[in-house]
Design a protein around this ligand. Structure first.
Ligand SMILES: NC(=O)c1ccc[n+]([C@@H]2O[C@H](COP(=O)([O-])OP(=O)(O)OC[C@H]3O[C@@H](n4cnc5c(N)ncnc54)[C@H](OP(=O)(O)O)[C@@H]3O)[C@@H](O)[C@H]2O)c1
Length: 281
């Protein structure tokens, strides 16, 4: 069973980012219509123009939507409904992440990340899936991260949301067996814009072009999970075999470093405050 990419309607969230944009470029000559979603209109319109240069017969809808606001996700879905746009393939690619100790992050920011990384892909999938099942064809391509396999001190929210995506995708895939709807999860490592390679670490970084190509190939083969890039793929296979106590031990070393660095920064910040206070008085 292949997802209906060719001559289908594909909705891509985070369409103006590194990986989303490259997926859109690679689908421009294959899909009938692309629905591009991002939080700013201008980059969306630039991408639309670029895609239309590649394929003037492509249908392109640009939808400005802040996915961390459920009302805006509803408005996006209403707009598709009004314009009679029926989505055959959903690419959940947008995400947010922030580095820092969890207790020091602000709740509104954490909540925003949860809505963008968890609620939005769930809501979009929920609204678009029923019709796919009824028609007996469709696809959900979830772009997660290798962080969905790891424990990452300093990125607990991001890692947590990526772990969520694993459980959600795999369980949904089982539910949808035999319905004609394909669910594939992609867990990239470091990926850089266009043909460039991300740094560091260079030995496992790949270009967005390669990432998008391998993601789409895996999706078309109805693979449950794609690790794009040969070196990274082997590393992740080894990581998957790693016993949890070992993962915790390596994570603990990183966590201790992070806490030390954070308290050093706090001490320096306090010294600067004290110094500027004594200068002012
Ligand atoms: N690049 C990598 O090295 C890498 C590695 C592992 C996994 N990944 C995964 O690949 C996916 C794409 O990553 P990327 O690096 O290409 O992009 P990115 O730099 O992480 O950008 C995120 C994208 O999501 C969109 N987005 C975030 N919050 C949004 C919101 N509230 N409403 C609407 N759009 C929102 C952004 O659009 P706006 O700019 O318009 O807000 C942007 O296009 C992510 O799921 C990421 O976890 C990437």
């Amino acid at each position: 069973m292949r997802p209906p990419i060719d001559s289908g309607t594909v909705l891509i969230t985070g369409a103006c980012s590194v990986i989303g944009r490259e997926i859109a470029r690679q689908l421009a000559r294959r899909a009938r219509t692309l629905v591009l979603v991002a939080s700013e209109r201008e980059p969306l319109e630039e991408l639309r123009d670029e895609l239309l240069e590649r394929n003037p017969t492509l249908g392109v809808a640009v939808e400005k939507c802040d996915l961390s606001h459920p009302d805006e996700v509803d408005a996006l879905l209403d707009s598709l409904h009004r314009h009679l746009i029926h989505v055959d393939v959903l690419v959940n690619n947008a995400d947010q992440g922030e580095y820092g100790l969890y207790e020091q992050q602000r709740w509104p920011r954490i909540h925003q990340m949860l809505r963008a990384n968890v609620s939005a892909p769930m809501l979009l999938t929920h609204r678009l899936l029923r019709r796919m099942v009824e028609r007996g064809r469709g696809g959900i391509l979830n772009i997660g991260s290798g962080g969905g396999r790891l424990y990452i001190p300093g990125m607990a929210v991001y890692a947590g949301t990526r772990h969520f995506l694993e459980g959600f995708s795999e369980s949904l895939r089982l539910e949808l067996a035999g319905t004609g709807v394909v669910v594939t999860r992609v867990e990239p490592g470091p990926v850089a814009e266009g043909e460039a390679l991300a740094h560091p670490p260079s030995w496992m970084s790949i270009s967005a072009v390669q990432c998008a190509r391998e993601a789409l190939e895996g999706f078309e083969h109805a693979s449950p999970l794609v690790y794009p890039g040969l070196a990274y793929r082997w590393m992740m296979r080894l990581v998957s075999l790693m016993p949890r106590p070992l993962m915790r031990a390596t994570g603990l070393m990183a966590a201790k470093k992070l806490r030390r660095a954070t308290s050093l920064l706090e001490d320096r910040g306090q010294q600067v405050l004290l110094a500027s206070g004594s200068e002012a008085s």
